[in-house]
Write a protein that binds this ligand. Structure first.
Ligand SMILES: NC(=O)c1ccc[n+]([C@@H]2O[C@H](COP(=O)([O-])OP(=O)(O)OC[C@H]3O[C@@H](n4cnc5c(N)ncnc54)[C@H](OP(=O)(O)O)[C@@H]3O)[C@@H](O)[C@H]2O)c1
Length: 266
């Protein structure tokens, strides 16, 4: 048996796409999760909580490469620090971490936590790779759906996003995980930069209902950053090929969607 690749967040939206790709590449996978998991050929589970720092020693035993995808609304920087320290103690050769595009440019708690996570990795002493990804379509969809259902639809002024397809992010993560430690690699973002009216139009068109809209100003420093496009990837980013319309068509063609597909962290 190969040394397994430890995937934190292997049960999440991105992780569920990454694990089969690693298996297809001939790797064994160990998933760290807070819940009991069903082992399968090439896939084993270890229970632990990265924020609490539990289960890490057992999960890292015999592991050379770690792909850190676990994340939540709170505690990302604590989780990454705990994992990086445990990985150094375990003698891990490569720690790969997903972050978010513009982690150091948007003055919002989630982005600050991602920037702190990146620093924790860079200072850990473990050879590392960080890939910043834009928001997934799966993250943007419930936001747009929620806005579209309001009888008077607020449109955050100047906000633009560049949603990316989860399978393209997963493929790139596998590529960097199987490569050598590379530090910060080029960001990955979707093929289009879209404002909220465009996202809403594409969503509402097949549903045949479009409510009146009104402009909403996002206040404060966060609003200024979004209006300036500070949340967007620069020209060096790798761009996916599957856009918002492709994703909506895939969603529409999907008969039943497992609940876990909906669970996503920006
Ligand atoms: N979704 C996006 O648009 C997007 C964009 C850029 C970057 N990212 C980042 O990519 C990562 C994965 O995103 P995702 O959308 O796949 O997330 P997700 O679907 O919300 O899944 C979160 C994963 O994190 C695990 N997790 C959460 N807290 C944990 C803890 N304390 N200990 C151990 N595991 C924990 C969960 O595992 P269990 O529930 O099984 O324990 C689950 O597998 C996150 O760091 C996120 O910030 C996401």
């Amino acid at each position: 048996m190969n040394a397994p690749i430890l995937v934190t967040g292997g049960t999440g939206t991105i992780g569920q796409r990454v694990v089969p790709l690693l298996l297809a590449a001939g790797e064994d996978v160990r998933i760290l999760t807070r819940h009991p998991g069903q082992d399968a050929p090439g896939v084993e589970h270890r229970q632990g909580d990265i924020v609490a720092g539990t289960g890490l020693v057992e999960a890292l035993a015999g592991v050379r490469t770690v792909l850190h995808l676990a994340g939540g609304p709170k505690g990302d920087e604590v989780a990454t620090r705990n994992l990086a320290e445990a990985a150094r103690a375990a003698g891990v050769d490569h720690l790969v971490v997903i972050s978010v595009v513009a982690a150091d440019r948007v003055p919002v708690g989630y982005y600050r936590a991602k920037a702190a996570s990146e620093r924790a990795v860079a200072e850990s002493g473990v050879p590392w790779t960080v890939l910043r990804a834009a928001q997934l379509h799966e993250f943007v969809l419930p936001v747009i759906r929620g806005l579209a259902r309001l009888p008077l639809t607020p449109v955050p002024r100047g906000l633009r996003v560049e949603p990316v397809h989860v399978e393209e992010v997963a493929a790139r993560l596998v590529e960097v995980t199987l490569g050598d430690p590379a530090g910060r690699v080029p960001d990955i973002a979707g093929p289009e930069v879209l404002d909220i009216p465009h996202l809403l139009d594409a969503y509402t068109e097949p549903h045949g209902r479009r409510y009146p809209r009104f402009p909403l100003r996002i206040p404060g420093a966060a609003g200024r950053a979004y209006r300036a496009g500070d949340n967007l990837a620069d020209a060096s980013a790798v761009r996916g090929r599957r856009g918002w319309a492709d994703f909506l068509a895939e969603e529409a063609a999907m008969p039943a969607v497992p609940a876990v597909r909906r669970r996503t962290t920006p």
